[in-house]
Design a protein. Structure first.
Length: 140
C-alpha cells in the first residue's frame, strides 16, 4: 500500500452544527493525517466547477445551493491508501445506507446534507486538491 493524499470537504451542515472537531476526531482516529486545512466560503463558480460532473443530475442546483449556503472546511488528508480509506470512513452517500461508526451514519441528516466529501479516485484527488490548495499550504 502506498501513502496517498485525498481531498476532503466538511460541508455546510457540519460547520453550521459546530462539528468540525468531532468529524476531524473520526478522521484522525482512522489514521488519516490532516496535512492541509482551510475554512472558506465557496463561491457559486467554485461549487459549479467542483461538481461539474453532476451538472446534468436533477439535484445539481440544490447541491450548488447547499455547498454555498455557509462556510466549508477544505482539507488534504494523507495516509496509507488514503482515497479508499476515507471513502470507508465517510460511509455511503445516503446516511440511511451508511455503516455504523461512519461519519455519515453518525452525523448526517440527509442524502444531500451528508456532512463530508471525499475524492473517489487518486486522479480526482489530485485535481480537487489543486482546485483549492497550493503546494505551500500543505505540510506533511
Ligand atoms: P459521494 O461521492 O458519496 O459524495 O456521492 P456522489 O458523487 O454520488 O454525489 C455527490 C454529492 O451530491 C453527494 O455527496 C450529495 O451531497 C449530493 N447528492 C447525491 N445524491 C443526491 C440526491 O439524491 N439529492 C440531493 N439533494 N443531493 C444529492
Amino acid at each position: 500500500m502506498a501513502t496517498e493524499r485525498t481531498f476532503s470537504i466538511l460541508k455546510p451542515d457540519a460547520t453550521k452544527r459546530n462539528l468540525t472537531g468531532a468529524v476531524n476526531a473520526v478522521i484522525e482516529k482512522a489514521g488519516l493525517r490532516i496535512v492541509g486545512q482551510r475554512r472558506i466560503q465557496m463561491s457559486r463558480a467554485q461549487a459549479e466547477k467542483f461538481y461539474e460532473i453532476h451538472k446534468e443530475r436533477p439535484f445539481f442546483g440544490e447541491l450548488v445551493e447547499f455547498m454555498t449556503s455557509g462556510p466549508v472546511v477544505v482539507q488534504v488528508l494523507e495516509g496509507e491508501n488514503a482515497v479508499a480509506k476515507y471513502r470507508e470512513v465517510m460511509g455511503a452517500t445516503n446516511p440511511a445506507n451508511a455503516d455504523e461508526g461512519t461519519i455519515r451514519k453518525t452525523f448526517s441528516e440527509s442524502v444531500g446534507e451528508n456532512t463530508v466529501h471525499g475524492s473517489d479516485s487518486l486522479d480526482n484527488a489530485k485535481a480537487e486538491i489543486a482546485q483549492f490548495f497550493q503546494d505551500s499550504d500543505i505540510a506533511g
